[in-house]
Design a protein around this ligand. Structure first.
Ligand code: ZN
Length: 143
């Protein structure tokens, strides 16, 4: 079983619909096939996927849990980037950790966090300016 198959097999139907809506087009055709297979294995038709995607996930009520402000899952992961900092004539690299949503790929902040968990609280829980994109069933039609 590939990493992708393993990941999508553990998603709920709603999470799978969100994953497809946001990420499907970014995959190569063999991976797209695996995603299609998972959806058909579960009996998720275009109409069903559209319906459950439009319903979406409910926003977590536990404020201690970090979640994606765009699609509300708690399935986030830490992404580490190397960033170049410069002081006068001297440059050095630092590792910058941010959170990216595993379902929709959203990363609210590619830049700062020194204190990772403060940043999560700030960006993932209290960020109310993020808008959810318009409902769109174009992607599901491909399945
Ligand atoms: Zn998300």
């Amino acid at each position: 079983m590939s990493k992708l198959e393993d990941f999508i097999s553990k998603l709920t139907d709603t999470e799978l619909a969100i994953f497809i809506a946001y990420r499907y087009n970014g995959f190569i055709s063999s991976s797209k096939q695996k995603i299609k297979d998972e959806a058909s294995k579960r009996g998720l038709t275009t109409d069903k996927l559209t319906e459950i995607y439009n319903k979406g996930l409910s926003k977590p009520t536990d404020t201690k849990v970090s979640f994606c402000p765009r699609c509300y899952p708690t399935k986030l992961f830490i992404e580490t980037d190397q960033e170049l900092r410069t002081i006068k004539y001297y440059s050095y690299e630092v590792a910058v950790d941010t959170m990216r949503c595993r379902l929709c790929g959203y990363n609210p902040d590619k830049r700062k966090p020194k204190k990772l968990f403060d940043a999560i609280k700030q960006k993932f829980v209290n960020n109310k300016t993020v808008r959810i994109p318009k409902k769109d069933d174009r992607i599901f039609k491909e399945l």
